[in-house]
Design a protein around this ligand. Sequence first.
Ligand code: PRP
Length: 211
Amino acid sequence: MRYLTFALGKGRLANKTLETFEKIGITCEEMKDKTSRKLIFVNEDLKLRFFLAKGPDVPTYVEYGAADIGIVGKDTILEENRKLFEVLDLGFGACKMCVCGPESAKKYLKSGQQIRVATKYPNIAKEYFFNQKHRTVEIIKLNGSIELAPIVGLSEVIVDIVETGSTLRENGLQVLEEICPLSARMVVNRVSMKMEDERIRKLIMDLKAVL
Ligand code: PRP
């Protein structure tokens, strides 16, 4: 039996994924050692391998078949737009992709005048404003703390993830438009889905039973 390789997005998502996998009898003791600098972890009995990667790199590993399966946020799947199968909504990590800004930015969205949109997700922002809203905006790519942009005058609005809404509230911003709901998803390499059909189907069924 060959190894099935999993790419997990680092951080909260990976912890929640491992918790969920434990419920269906998939464990990886090695991975629990937080002091370890190892990058790849193996469960010899089940012939499984796991590695942690930066979220946006997970779809890349899966598209190229370096990982058979990836667990990653829907935001990353939409932004990276890789060739892969999205097979399961894991439900956790639920949040929304939104257009946000100060109350005063509402008029810019209504009027259709040229605005600047700061975001970590330029492709999602383009798809939303260009293809769904049929309007031209200037997209400014940032790498984090996106809420700063309208406060310091870099942009009129932002496109970003809203989970509890506290970052917005504490910075005098609000949701102006909702783009789509997000959560953790399981993605599968297109060839692996055929070659390892039985093992992957069983994994999906077992996960569905505990979610
Ligand atoms: C995300 C997102 C928001 C925040 C939303 O940022 O970009 O800033 O979480 O969460 P809330 O609605 O519960 O306040 P993250 O913590 O991933 O860091 P980043 O700013 O570096 O993107």
